[in-house]
Write a protein that binds this ligand. Structure first.
Ligand code: CP3
Length: 354
């Protein structure tokens, strides 16, 4: 086991003292980086990058070569699970993800297999162990999965959606069928994340990108309940260290208390929630990750720095914050602006930890 040289990300997740606020960016390896676009062209496609451990490792490392980031995130996608359930994932340029088969009926749900990671997703666990070896203790590696609800939206709609027509029709019209699907997804996610942890992921994040489109009660019943099952089913200690779990529901500002009660270690919050207000609501139960609007990166470096200062001041003194964007970095963001963002956190945050 190599010693971790920079563990301020893991420490902040557990609300232990740190010298400055750690930072990483959702989608930090991606299309805004010219070197990523070059690797994708060499590999052939986005899924070719994901399915080849050496390519996945190469692009995971790219943002770390440019910026003083405190964590690496596995290069993969949340839609590997529905792909492993035989739905046939493909990407069409400019149109986002699509599936050859959609899940619309009770029979479709009954036919869905529960994923066996060792059998169906070994390319992901292989990428995790390859990246861990390459990192050699430089920073911790984050593993991830989609939430059952968010995965279900893609599987029922057949791709991205604006109105969630089919998946909401199933949820309100055939709730038992929806629950059966979410149950299979929760079992799959537990197996998948535990596979990533055993392969070397040192923290895990559950992306619930579409939980925020649900009503108050539907969120508890169809999204949070299954994230709770996952939190309960995960390996929480590995290699002699706690493996922190981060829950990120986009648009969940009003549900932070119930999310914090799941027993997770941290909540990811988007920019619509004030981080200082969130901190006083969750107290010392969980750490908070976020939450600058990714669109701030379209502004000049001075404006970016000002926004970083505002968020640090809102959170205030002490540990328990992990700086991040409130959602993934946009593909049109300028890499120099991302640099200004990260450097502002490195420079402005130490005063909050004295
Ligand atoms: O954060 C990281 O750097 C790790 C990699 C990562 C990707 N996707 C790479 C990716 C992570 C954590 C994800 C998660 C993901 N994938 C989510 C949840 C996070 C979120 O943004 O809310 C969702 C909803 C997906 C599904 C998905 N995959 C979409 C909607 C898209 C974009 C399609 C498009 O054309 O805009 C993808 C593709 C994808 N996943 C890309 C990357 C870098 C771009 C693919 C490319 O290179 O063309």
């Amino acid at each position: 086991m190599t010693e971790l040289k920079n563990d301020r990300f893991l420490k902040a997740l557990l609300r232990e003292p740190v010298d400055r606020t750690p930072i990483w960016m959702m989608r930090q390896a991606g299309r805004y980086l010219p070197e990523y676009r070059a690797s994708r062209a060499t590999a052939g496609s986005f899924m070719d990058l994901c399915m080849n451990a050496d390519f996945a490792c190469e692009v995971t490392m790219q943002p770390l070569e440019r910026y003083p980031l405190d964590a690496a995130i596995l290069f993969s996608d949340i839609l590997t699970i529905p792909d492993a359930m035989d739905l046939g994932l493909y990407f069409e340029t400019g149109e986002g993800p699509k599936f050859k088969k959609v899940v619309r009926t009770e029979a479709d749900v009954e036919a869905l297999p529960v994923v066996n990671t060792a059998r169906d997703l070994s390319y992901v666990t292989k990428a995790v162990s390859t990246i861990r070896r390459e990192l050699n203790g430089r920073v911790p590696l984050i593993g991830f999965s989609g939430s059952p609800w968010t995965l279900a939206t893609y599987m029922v709609e057949g791709g991205s959606s604006k109105d969630f027509r089919h998946v909401k029709a199933m949820m309100y019209g055939q709730p038992e069928v929806m629950h059966q699907m979410l149950h299979k997804l929760a079992l799959s996610v537990i197996d998948y994340l535990n596979g990533q942890i055993k392969a070397g992921a040192q923290a895990v994040q559950i992306f619930d990108t579409w939980g925020g489109v649900l009503s108050h009660s539907a969120y508890q019943e169809f999204s949070l309940k299954y994230m709770q099952q996952i939190v309960d089913g995960l390996i929480r200690e590995h290699e002699g260290r706690r493996v922190p779990v981060i829950l990120f529901t986009k648009g969940a500002g009003q549900w932070l208390e119930s999310m914090a009660n799941t027993g997770c270690d941290a909540l990811g919050i988007d920019w619509t929630t004030d981080i200082g207000g969130a901190r006083s609501r969750v107290g010392d139960k969980v750490a908070l990750q976020g939450n600058m609007d990714p669109s701030v990166l379209y502004a000049k470096p001075e404006r970016i720095r000002e926004e970083v200062g505002n968020i640090l001041a809102s959170y205030g003194k002490g540990t328990g914050q992990i700086f991040n964007l409130g959602h993934g970095i946009h593909q049109f963001a300028d890499p120099e602006h991302a640099k200004a963002f990260i450097e502002a956190v490195v420079e402005l945050s130490p005063q909050y930890h004295k």
